[in-house]
Design a protein around this ligand. Structure first.
Ligand code: 5GP
Ligand code: MN
Length: 328
């Protein structure tokens, strides 16, 4: 278990308070939901009040996990709380939820570049998932690892490591996963709930987007694209694209993927993924976004052809930078 002084300050702050609001980033994912729910269950075991508020609804498959349907979806916090615990957010704006900073803010995160926006900040970029940090916190609070808490910690780890694919994994990732399984998590059920809960529209949408996939001249970078018309024609929604970006990486030669999703007009949400040491988090940062070495994103405005060329250029630099440092 970690002995970080920041975590121990958070333990003290939690012990001294009773009413908590927990929030995480907009467009929630497995790590944000898992971290939030694991901590909410732990706080309730301590007799505390834990209300969860997020900007957006959890993706359909995650609604199958305990407590997820109880998350309040709102643009602002209502009511009085002794502290707001924010997980998985490099800056407070990532929540998309207003008024969290009316309470004492506790910031728990693993994203490089966290802006330390809380009264208490615990930041550990070496954690493969924020859920790993929450696991340590739950233990430090003296709360037993119930099957519900363990399920959410494991959900966070499974999804944030891309099903144990990304280079952020450490021995600790497996140690915590092992403890979760011992505590009663069914890893088959978690994987089925997360990955095998598709609807038909989602599968058709995957087909349409992947059929239109393009490669750069070297065949190392895949570019995928989605606009509202494509989604409508396939009978799917933008929410259905969760996880799609990982599929091009299953091709051996493909080293990195960029996914452009049209928001409105010339505005695009950009998601990127990469293999090994290719740092596409640094690429996202150049466009005002952020993330991790192997998974990052940003929002950009411009003509799609120019944007695609620009991203291919920047990603090529990132790929060449890592090949230069790695013996063949
Ligand atoms: P996704 O591609 O799944 O939306 O995001 C991948 C990772 O990049 C996540 O860890 C997410 O937190 C981060 N990320 C995505 N978009 C943004 C953004 O606009 N700003 C920042 N700071 N991080 C982002
Ligand atoms: Mn995360």
């Amino acid at each position: 278990m970690t002995h970080s002084p920041e975590m121990h300050q958070i333990v003290e702050a939690i012990r001294q308070r009773r009413r908590f609001v927990l929030s995480s980033h907009a467009r929630p994912d497995g790590d944000s939901i898992g971290s939030q729910l694991a901590l909410a269950y732990a706080l309730r075991r301590l007799g505390k009040e834990a209300v969860m508020v997020n900007k957006d609804r959890a993706p359909g498959p995650l609604l199958q996990f305990p407590g997820v349907a109880d998350i309040i979806v709102a643009d602002a916090v209502q009511g009085e709380f002794d502290a707001a615990i924010i997980m998985e957010c490099g800056d407070l704006g990532r929540t998309g939820v207003a008024c969290l900073d009316r309470s004492f803010v506790i910031n728990i995160d693993h994203h490089p570049g966290n802006t330390e926006y809380g009264q208490l900040n615990w930041f550990d970029a070496s954690a493969a998932a924020c859920g790993e940090m929450v696991f340590d916190l739950v233990e430090a609070l003296g709360v037993p690892l119930t099957a519900e808490i363990a399920t959410h910690v494991y959900l966070a780890i499974l999804t944030d490591t891309g099903s144990f694919h990304y280079s952020n994994i450490t021995p600790r990732t497996f140690e915590i996963s092992k403890r979760c399984i011992e505590a009663g998590v069914d890893p088959v059920l978690v994987a089925r709930n997360v990955y095998d809960s598709n609807n038909m529209g989602r599968l058709k949408l995957f087909g349409a987007v992947l059929s239109a996939m393009q490669l750069d001249d070297t065949g190392r970078i895949a570019v995928v694209y989605l606009d509202h018309k494509m989604a409508r024609d396939a009978g799917g929604t933008y929410e259905d694209t969760e996880g799609l970006i990982n599929l091009p990486l299953t091709v051996k030669e493909i080293q990195a993927v960029v996914f452009f999703k049209q928001s409105e007009g010339d505005e695009y949400r950009v998601s990127m993924r990469s293999k090994g040491n290719i740092d596409i988090g640094a690429v996202a940062k150049q466009f005002g976004g952020g993330g991790h070495k192997n998974a990052a994103g940003c929002t950009v405005v411009g003509g799609i052809d120019t944007l695609q060329r620009t991203f291919i250029d920047r990603m090529t630099v990132a790929i060449d930078a890592q090949s230069a440092g790695t013996p063949a």
